[in-house]
Write a protein that binds this ligand. Structure first.
Ligand code: NI
Length: 392
């Protein structure tokens, strides 16, 4: 059992400097070349065995302890978002239209801070610690790319832990939840084929805009009338494209949407039910359709035993008063691809220190209270030193 006490001031300062550097140089999913090279260089300098380009730009660093123990994986995601930053800070993004607006810069910096502590106290390490720096969390499934590349088998990973900074919670609060934590996220892509014509003669056309409108309203019955009210689900149509000018009925309309759920059964029903509504609306108007349901991220579900273990560790490391029960989030997380395969726990670290760090994730003014970084370093280092011997 290793109490880390404070993270040394030089490590904290370094983590903040790394986070600011990454924030200035954000990279989109599967394009994290500079970030990955920086991570690999740091890990090598600290004495980790480094493997690059796992799942395109993923980087893995391995440190083996002196005593026997499990092989645990600690994960950080590296990608930024296609957002133009609106913060006027010295470390603002230097890449137009790209921004670390979700805190992944902080995730990378914290895991590198933990790496520094692991290296310094290497002789106290048991088992094997696998640091996983993952590409493309934002919608493109970098975790799946790493899983498909065999990252878990290759390094013999037996347990996995990950964190997300959270502007919804005060700085330094660790949030934990057993079972489903983040929702599943799937995409729908629809083309409604009608028959174009003159806007003044709708009876000679099949109007795909009318059909799309009817579908957009009717599809909400799937959640409100066909799914158990106690089982959360969301269908959102996020894009509608059709037509060119006032007086022409176009031939087709395309719709894009997202579907969220917390329960595998609910998720499994969504595709069929949404298509049934679409089919009915199209048939009643004489339109045809193409429907695609793309399964993207599974539910991120925390293993109950692992979560109880991480909670006890957090209470010991940072104090009971700073550990809370986290609410479920309708957002999605591709850490789920790891958590589907090995017992895992994903937790939140609050980073809201006041108005400047209170913006929601993915906002052009999103920023973190950097005092949260120390908490994340401490949690990840505590897991590295404790979990190989003591995690269930
Ligand atoms: Ni994120």
């Amino acid at each position: 059992m290793t109490a880390l006490a404070e993270v040394p001031a030089d490590v904290v300062a370094d983590v903040i400097a790394i986070r600011r550097d990454l924030h200035q140089h954000p990279e989109l999913g599967f394009e994290e070349r500079r970030t990955a090279a920086f991570v690999a260089g740091r890990l090598r300098a600290l004495g980790f065995e480094v493997t690059e380009e796992i799942g395109v730009t993923g980087v893995v660093g391995v440190m083996r302890g002196a005593r026997p123990g499990k092989t645990i994986m600690l994960r950080a995601d590296m990608d930024a978002l296609p957002i133009e930053e609106e913060n006027a800070v010295a470390y603002a993004s230097q890449t137009r239209g790209t921004m670390h607006a979700c805190g992944h810069d902080g995730h990378v910096a914290m895991l590198l801070g933990a790496a520094a502590l692991i290296a310094r106290r290497r002789d106290e390490l048991a088992g094997t610690v696998v640091l996983c720096f993952q590409p493309a969390e934002e919608g493109r499934g970098g975790a799946k790319a790493m899983v498909d590349a065999g990252v878990l088998e290759r390094f013999g990973v037996e347990r996995a832990y990950g964190l997300h900074l959270a502007s919804a919670f005060p700085t330094g609060i660790v949030g934990l939840r057993e079972g489903p934590f983040y929702a599943s996220s799937d995409s729908i892509e629809i083309t409604i084929e009608g028959m174009g014509g003159h806007g003044a003669a709708p009876h000679l056309s099949v109007d795909p805009i009318y059909v799309a409108g009817a579908f957009i309203v009717a599809v909400q019955q799937v959640v409100s009338r066909q799914i158990d009210p106690l089982a959360p689900a969301v269908v959102t149509i996020g894009a509608v494209h059709a037509g060119t000018i006032h007086n022409v009925i176009p031939s087709r309309a395309t719709l894009l949407g997202t579907v969220r759920a917390f329960d595998a059964d609910v998720r499994a029903k969504m595709a069929e039910r949404i298509e049934r509504v679409l089919r009915g609306v199209c048939e009643s108007s004489g339109a045809t359709y193409a429907f695609e349901y793309l399964r993207r991220y599974p539910v991120t579900s925390n293993d109950a035993e692992q979560t109880r273990y991480v909670r006890a560790l957090a209470e010991r490391e940072i104090g009971e008063r700073r550990v809370m029960e986290a609410p479920r989030l309708m957002g999605a997380e591709d850490f789920s691809f790891f958590a589907e395969r090995v017992p895992a726990c994903f937790y939140s670290v609050g980073c809201n220190g006041g108005p400047a760090s209170a913006f929601p994730h993915h906002h052009a003014k999103f920023d973190i209270d950097e005092r949260a970084l120390e908490t994340g370093v401490r949690m990840m280092a505590a897991l590295a030193f404790d979990a190989p011997e003591n995690a269930p």
